[in-house]
Design a protein around this ligand. Structure first.
Ligand code: NIG
Ligand code: FE
Length: 421
């Protein structure tokens, strides 16, 4: 099928010539664009784009008129936990009454609460719920998503989540990467024998995951009261034997050396970074590991925002992701993440958009296929509603500005316009 999008007000994140790995430092404020543009899609790929003056006049083509509208690549959400059971609004109320996120976890709530629910939930139900969340994020412009396990914390539970993620790859038009996060928390029954749980993960569960090819990446929640740096290293070494690249949770509450250790193990990304010391920032220079921050987690559990401005001003690349999960971020809404990044972390709209397109793609190993408007890349495209400028998108927070989400060259979602400027 051929699809022509014509009369585009501005086509953003265009790329010609050698494909970029990521946008770093000052370059993050650059979002290459073409005014009065067209975009031609053939089958599932970007076939041509440029000025309207050169717009092809093809027959047998479906045409979308994008007069007054912006076109850009769909979001690449490189950090989510969107396969989960039930919800945790009771903890939300506990926090309103004064308990902290950490205090709730220490008394058996938090991740362990979600793990209990997940182990009691059938795979079919998990799949049904996760499918709804996938369609929800498509509606807000996401085209690629990384999904972690980590709410099983048992062999059956972890494999159940990863099998659901594998099914989502077939049942949704999203491009999906799967991450094994068995080391998300120590289950209560292993409280006094942590090593036995780590052995279960590395010796029993990992070989099964490899056998069924259920994961692309391996993650550990490296944090005080969760997994130590040494434990993370053991787990990452075990994952490396099965070619699982690390993408890890570090520096959410404390700085204990997780970033340095993850870099040593060639992590693709280090995620959270709310508490970043000078030596942590230094460690991120001249490496292939990308810093990933999750502002809607800071918003929801009221913890400091990661110093995203400082990361960019140091010359580094930055990715933004949602962290969609039942405990710290019950939302996969990337436009809201963009607004928070601009408002709370002082990113320019262009920087924030680079962080969820090209850099988000890099953070899930997809920068050659997604993240920019380039010839031959997958046709994952957002068409906005009529908009005065691109900055309107993060500025008018909370409203939906996305008219069409096109995935693999097909229109997947059409939203009606309920607010315009
Ligand atoms: O990324 N911090 C660790 N894991 C999740 C939240 C887990 C939960 O509270 O369920 C996160 O924020
Ligand atoms: Fe997370």
């Amino acid at each position: 099928m051929t699809l022509l999008i014509k009369n585009i007000k501005t086509l953003y994140q265009t790329e010609a010539g050698k494909a970029k790995k990521w946008a770093a430092g000052k370059a993050m404020a650059q979002l290459p664009s073409i005014n009065k543009a067209y975009l031609l899609i053939k089958e599932d790929k970007i076939a041509a784009f440029g000025k309207m003056d050169n717009c092809p006049t093809e027959t047998n083509t479906k045409v979308i008129d994008a007069t007054g509208k912006m076109v850009l690549p769909t979001w690449c959400d490189s950090h989510t936990h969107l396969v989960f059971a039930g919800s945790r609004e009771a903890e939300f109320e506990d926090r309103i009454k004064g308990l902290s996120y950490e205090a709730i976890a220490v008394k058996g709530g938090g991740i362990l609460n979600s793990a209990k629910k997940l182990n009691e939930t059938a795979e079919e139900q998990l799949l049904e719920d996760a499918l709804k969340r996938c369609h929800e994020i498509i509606a807000t412009g996401t085209g690629a998503v990384e999904i972690k396990s980590g709410y099983g914390l048992s062999e059956a539970g972890e494999l159940k989540i990863l099998r659901v993620i594998k099914k989502l790859k077939d049942l949704t038009p999203l491009t999906i990467k799967a991450t094994f996060l068995g080391a998300h928390a120590i289950p209560s029954k292993y409280k006094n024998n942590r090593q036995a749980y780590i052995d279960l993960l590395t010796q029993q569960i990992l070989p099964k995951i490899a056998d069924e090819q259920l994961a692309d990446y391996i993650d550990v929640f490296c944090e005080t009261n969760y997994f130590t740096v040494a434990e993370m290293e053991t787990i990452l070494e075990a994952g490396a034997k099965y070619n699982l690249t690390p993408k890890v949770h570090v520096n959410q509450f404390t700085s204990i050396g997780g970033i340095q250790a993850a870099i040593k193990h060639k992590a693709l990304s280090v995620d959270h970074l709310e508490l970043l010391k000078a030596q942590d920032l230094d460690a991120l220079k001249n490496v292939d590991t990308i810093a990933t921050v999750l502002p809607s987690c800071s918003f929801f559990i009221k913890i400091p925002y990661a110093p995203a401005r400082k990361i960019i001003d140091t010359g580094l690349p930055l990715a933004l992701a949602s962290d969609y999960n039942p405990g710290s971020t019950p939302s996969g809404n990337i436009p809201f993440v963009l607004s928070l990044a601009c408002i709370q972390q002082k990113l320019l709209p262009e920087e924030a958009i680079n962080a969820v397109t090209l850099n988000g793609a890099y953070a899930m190993g997809l920068e050659k296929q997604l993240g920019t408007i380039a010839l031959g890349k997958k046709a994952n495209i957002i068409i906005t509603h009529k908009m005065s400028s691109l900055a309107y998108l993060p500025y008018a927070f909370g409203s939906s500005h996305i008219h069409y989400t096109i995935l693999n060259g097909r229109v997947e979602q059409i939203n009606t316009e309920y607010k315009s400027n």
